[in-house]
Design a protein around this ligand. Structure first.
Ligand code: F0G
Length: 469
């Protein structure tokens, strides 16, 4: 006698199907190969310098590229464009207090605006700022303020093949040793990011945050969160950390933030908007200084470089971003693409991160030395193959040592296929996987690039290259 297989629960059968349907579409097109070759040469083999119109599937970044909901668009019509005291600011402040739990909010035009304020307020020449791997703009603001970044991420983060569930964790032993060697007074704060972008979108565990809070409390050191993708981090805690499977992402986010003294935020990621950011602080005195400094660099402390409608869209985006079904679908789509590549034997950072699939360019092109920019070359090849735009996250992004002028040589030489939120379909993911697999099959003869122009700051944005013959 045969029996029908038991129907798995809906969440197992189709764990990540989107909790929305499409209302508005934007046409995209794939140019022919000759046109892509011309476009890439004109862009100096740098995907940042391509015109968006010449791109078919744009996986450059998840920053500012999300699709907003009808509720957010409706909120755009409710913009109160007063110079001071816009009601949308108070809505934003309320959403941040409720979902992130901080006391004070200073709006900024985007994340790096908040980083600038924080760095200027707290970092003095000679200071050391420990962090769980650098981020490009974050480290630059720390250096411009006279500080030095010290990497205290766990060692596993530098190994693309390590399958650890929380590869973004702070190495608390290394941090304790750093405090002992430079002294707590030289450390204005620990900058902790969850998830860790440059490590492949890897999360930090709640246990690690608790340990970090305990360590820093003992030494009287602040903890500042880079909350840019903290909702995605909260989802990984729900999925992977013992004791959290029955807790909502919203509640996990609140607890996560409670171990920190404030945060910088790029609303362009988790918060489902095209522009905006903020600095949050619990300390009243620091807040007073920040609300004064923001006037100099961003705008009055009740708009900070954003229009009223932008603040409303972000307030509503925050509410949407912490819904379990939203975040499950968002990360589910990223994992879907990642799994297809793993199944085809393409080397990717494991486990698959929250916002992107990261190709391991060192394993992809072992014949290309790191100072011939293997990841930059791989991103170029993906564009040539099917008009897919990705981003280098390797030696070009790592830049030069501020003291010696030599390249930083990061252990991770990656290409990031970054998935915008609520934008592309499963067919787009299939096409992307097919293209990456095709480029992987043709990898044997590929050579690197030569750097022919290098700007002074954040070179990856505007550098230009030529293919080696
Ligand atoms: N922190 C993290 C972890 C980021 O990923 C970013 C931006 C920022 C801070 C700066 O925020 O762009 O609003 O000024 N990341 C984008 C990316 C650029 O593509 O990963 P911003």
């Amino acid at each position: 006698m045969t029996t029908a297989p038991a129907t798995p629960p809906a969440s197992r059968r189709r764990p990540w199907a989107e909790p929305w349907k499409v209302k508005v579409v934007e046409p995209i097109r794939m140019m022919d190969r000759a046109a892509r070759e011309r476009a890439l040469a004109a862009a100096g083999y740098n995907t940042f310098l391509l015109r968006s119109e010449d791109v078919y599937i744009d996986l450059l970044t998840d920053s500012g590229t999300s699709a907003m909901s009808d509720w957010q668009w409706a909120g755009m019509m409710m913009g109160d464009e007063a110079y001071a005291g816009s009601r949308n600011f108070y809505n934003l402040e309320a959403a941040i207090r409720e979902h992130y739990g901080y006391k004070h909010v200073v709006p900024t035009h985007q994340g790096r605006g908040a980083e600038n304020l924080l760095s200027r307020m707290l970092i003095k020449p000679g200071h050391v700022v420990p962090g769980n791997m650098y981020f490009t703009t974050t480290r630059l603001h720390q250096e411009l303020a006279g500080g030095r970044f010290a990497d205290v991420i766990e060692r596993a983060a530098h190994d693309p093949a390590d399958q650890g569930p929380f590869k973004g964790n702070v190495d608390l032993v290394a941090l304790e040793a750093l405090v002992a060697s430079v002294g707590a007074a030289a450390i204005p704060y620990v900058c902790v990011a969850g998830t860790v972008n440059m490590a492949g979108g890897q999360p930090v565990s709640m246990a690690n945050m608790r340990g970090l809070r305990e360590l820093t409390n003992r030494h009287g050191i602040r903890v500042m969160l880079d909350a840019t993708r903290a909702v995605e981090n909260a989802y990984f805690i729900q999925q992977r950390e013992a004791g959290y499977s029955g807790t909502s992402v919203a509640a996990i986010l609140r607890e996560f933030c409670s171990y920190t003294d404030g945060c910088t935020m790029s609303g362009k990621k988790d918060s489902l908007v095209n522009i905006g950011g903020w600095l949050a602080l619990n300390d009243d005195v620091l807040y007073e200084e920040a609300s004064n400094l923001v006037v100099v660099y961003e705008g009055l402390h009740t708009y900070g470089g954003m229009s009223g409608r932008d603040m409303e869209a972000m307030a509503r985006g925050i509410v949407e971003s912490v819904q379990d079904d939203h975040i499950r679908a968002r990360i589910g789509q990223v994992e879907y693409l990642g799994q297809k590549l793993i199944d085809a034997g393409v080397p990717v950072v494991r486990p698959i991160g929250g916002h992107a699939v990261y190709l391991d360019a060192k394993a992809f092109y072992p014949q290309v030395p790191q100072d011939e920019f293997p990841a930059q070359r791989l991103a170029a090849e993906l564009y040539l193959d099917a008009g897919i735009r990705a981003m280098e996250r390797g030696i070009v992004s790592a830049g030069r040592d501020a003291a010696t002028g030599r390249h930083h040589y990061p252990a991770l030489e990656l290409v990031r296929l970054t998935i915008p939120r609520r934008v592309y379909t499963q067919a787009h993911m299939d096409l992307t996987a097919d293209s990456v697999i095709a480029v992987h099959e043709q990898r044997a003869d590929t050579r690197g690039l030569r750097l022919i122009y290098e700007p002074r700051y954040l070179r990856f944005f505007q550098a230009r290259f030529e293919p080696l013959a």
